[in-house]
Design a protein around this ligand. Structure first.
Ligand code: F0G
Length: 468
């Protein structure tokens, strides 16, 4: 695809700004200023794309679609093929692993389980490092190169780390990751080691790691790649564009995502909003966020909002009560103080979605059902199907509506969990109301344990017969 037709990207790239999302502040900063929160009021920052420059550009759909068949490196990326809406110009030193372009699967068994006629699952686990983080890391690490950073860093429950480590290796930047010791899946840790990152295991939880990261924000040679960084969100928002393309630009009624640090939900909200404002769609899908019961600060806040505070344009609360000791076996979303909660809440309110919790047993069973569709995912991703089932039972989703669940990580991200579930040995350390630890056994309701079979044909056929 020739660069001649990429001109709008050039203009957007040079005129986009960083803006504080707090309405009373709304301060504006240049696109190459190395900041993560508003220097004036401490509020979250967001990239403001000058959409008016793109309104007169015809054939954007066709252009994006055509790039999917091109071999130019940027066109082969499911993020950079939407570059008209990214805050970079054509000279940007793009760091890509050809992320994005992930499948949208029909999932009939999961649909039936969730009480729906049909359900589609957008599998972000089919990215180069097997999680949705890659779509944001390509833009964040490209920005790190532009800023001349020497080291990129992040706090992580595992996937952000694996993704950043890979993109940093591609960009030949040093990478340091801060992980809560003993609380992340060994498979994710192995990825970061293999990609050559400096792995710092911290005696604390993810929220402690995140606090440490913010202390590094004033070191000019270090660039922070957590989703507090608005350039991450720019890459991740393209998932909304790709999903709409896969749906033939018919807007689904509901898009349902897991919630941890809240970057993903924020990004999807921004992506759909930009499509609406460009006139490429005529309504927004309802965005709903699902949290694990023991790590659900935003669901708690949402449940306590008054009807007037649920309005699409309601003022956002100033604070969120953190969960001091977050608990869940879905370690990817074991987060008590999400940094992007304001942007995520804004997306849910604007689209009239919901924020709810699901139990450990509900997550485990939904995960097994997603597996039975031949799709599979890691535990955090299964909150979607578990949550959709609850929302359908509560008539927040109707059986005949179009629903997309976003699966955020691959089934092989947490093989220990999968194996324990199917062998009936999965257990969870809960706490009583008084705060004393209480182990809870998760039942393998859809378990599928291996069995010992004698080494002969008859025994194999007998085993098959007994399992029909
Ligand atoms: N699903 C998976 C598989 C994740 O790894 C994460 C977050 C989420 C869902 C939640 O997404 O934070 O955008 O709301 N993982 C981060 C990490 C925190 O460090 O890998 P979110």
């Amino acid at each position: 695809m020739s660069d001649a037709i990429a001109k709008p990207a050039q203009k957007v790239g040079t005129t986009a700004v960083q803006r504080c999302i707090v309405p009373a502040c709304a301060a504006q900063f240049g696109i190459r200023e190395q900041i993560y929160v508003c220097p004036r009021c401490g509020g979250p920052l967001e990239i403001e794309i000058p959409l008016e420059l793109l309104k007169s550009v015809s054939g954007l759909h066709e252009r994006w679609q055509a790039r999917a068949a091109s071999h130019e490196p940027r066109d082969r990326s499911g993020v950079w093929r939407f570059r008209e809406l990214l805050p970079f110009d054509d000279t940007a030193p793009v760091v890509t692993l050809f992320e994005g372009n992930t499948p949208l699967y029909d999932a009939p068994r999961s649909a039936k389980y969730a009480g729906l006629t049909a359900l589609q699952l957008k599998h972000q686990g089919c990215n180069p490092t097997a999680s949705f983080k890659d779509t944001g890391m390509t833009t964040a690490v490209t920005q790190a190169k532009l800023l001349g950073a020497r080291t990129v860093v992040c706090a992580s429950t595992g996937n952000t780390a694996a993704s950043l480590a890979a993109y940093a290796a591609r960009a030949q930047l040093q990478c340091a990751i801060l992980l809560p010791q003993g609380q992340i899946s060994p498979a994710k840790l192995a990825q970061s080691m293999d990609y050559g990152a400096v792995v710092c295991e911290i005696a604390g939880n993810f929220d402690d790691c995140m606090r440490l990261i913010s202390e590094l924000a004033d070191v000019p040679s270090i660039y922070i790649a957590n989703s507090i960084n608005p350039f991450r969100i720019e890459g991740q928002k393209t998932v909304a564009f790709e999903l709409l393309e896969q749906c033939g630009w018919r807007v689904p009624d509901h898009v349902v995502v897991p919630g941890g640090n809240m970057g993903n939900s924020s990004a999807l909200g921004k992506g759909f909003d930009e499509m609406l404002r460009l006139g490429l769609i005529d309504r927004l899908p309802k965005i709903s966020i699902i949290q694990a019961e023991g790590s659900a600060p935003l669901a708690h806040l949402f449940a306590g909002l008054k009807p007037s505070e649920l309005a699409a344009d309601a003022a956002l609360p100033d604070d969120i009560a953190p969960v001091t000791h977050p608990r869940t076996l879905a370690t990817a979303i074991k987060i008590g103080a999400p940094v992007s909660w304001k942007k995520a809440l804004r997306a849910v309110l604007r689209t009239h979605g919901s924020i709810i919790t699901v139990s450990e047993q509900e997550i485990a069973d939904a995960k097994a059902i997603i597996g039975r569709d031949g799709v599979g995912c890691e535990p955090a991703s299964a909150t979607t199907v578990a949550g959709i089932r609850k929302l359908t039972a509560a008539s927040k989703i109707h059986a005949s509506e179009s629903v997309v669940g976003v699966l955020t990580g691959h089934v092989l991200k947490d093989p220990d969990y999968v194996s324990h579930y199917h062998r009936g040995t999965l257990s969870f350390e809960s706490v009583t109301a008084e705060g004393t630890p209480k182990p809870v056994q998760i039942s393998g309701a859809f378990r599928n344990a291996p069995e010992k079979v004698a080494a002969n044909k008859e025994a194999i056929l007998k085993s098959l017969e007994s399992r029909r």
